[in-house]
Design a protein around this ligand. Structure first.
Ligand SMILES: Cc1cn([C@H]2C[C@H](O)[C@@H](COP(=O)(O)OP(=O)(O)O[C@H]3O[C@H](C)C(=O)[C@H](O)[C@H]3O)O2)c(=O)[nH]c1=O
Length: 190
């Protein structure tokens, strides 16, 4: 697995070594030892999630409030998505900034998104199967979100808004200025 820090360095792009042969392919999708050696800390993943969505679906931007905040290790099993992470950590030099990367079944790239970020993705292919690990259990009461088209964040989703399919919840998420829930700290788990 190759690891690469992105423009917001706490976001880590992970590219697996894929072994192809006449049958198809094999790759190790997660190996705790090498993952944590790169990060320099333990990530207590405790839940795996999977969702399937059709073209134009946008899920996000979501996060959970502390102490239920979640780090995520996300990947696309089928199709292609534009994956976006927004830094919500007060005190971070990147507060309110976002990083967008394409994750798809061809590149098999994964993205590690630490606690303190809002996360969402737009489906670019006809269908996408999205799978991810989280390091804190789901807490409906602490599930929060940001508006996908908040001008203060300024995400270019690459398609007209009337082409985007949102859940009713995601149509009415608050704006960045109301997000006052994370402090930037060196130790994610302090
Ligand atoms: C996230 C989650 C949801 N649910 C239930 C709650 C609802 O009845 C149903 C769909 O939930 P929701 O519409 O919040 O699902 P997504 O829009 O895919 O939410 C996810 O979207 C973005 C991409 C994220 O990064 C988060 O992981 C997560 O918020 O699954 C559970 O039972 N457990 C869970 O962990």
């Amino acid at each position: 697995m190759k690891f690469e820090r992105l423009e917001i360095p706490d976001l880590v792009l992970c590219t697996p070594n894929v072994f192809g042969d006449e049958r198809g392919y094999f790759f190790e999708s997660f190996k705790q030892q090498e993952f944590e050696r790169f990060l320099g800390f333990h990530v207590p993943f405790c839940q795996d999630n999977e969702s399937k969505s059709t073209k134009g679906v946008l899920r996000g931007l979501h996060f959970q409030l502390p102490p239920f905040a979640q780090s995520k290790l996300v990947r696309v099993i089928k199709g292609s998505v534009l994956d976006v992470s927004v830094d919500l950590r007060k005190g971070s030099p990147y507060f309110g900034k976002h990083v967008a990367v394409e994750l798809n079944e061809e590149n098999k790239n994964q993205l590690f998104i630490p606690r303190g970020f809002a996360h969402g993705f737009l489906v670019l292919s006809e269908e996408a199967i999205f799978a991810y690990k989280v390091d804190n259990f789901y807490s409906k009461e602490n599930d929060r979100g940001l508006l996908f088209n908040d001008e203060k964040i300024g995400i270019n989703w690459g398609i007209a808004e009337d082409q985007i399919l949102l859940s009713e919840k995601d149509k009415v998420q608050p704006i960045l200025e109301l997000a006052d829930c994370f402090n930037f700290k060196e130790d994610l788990y302090a």
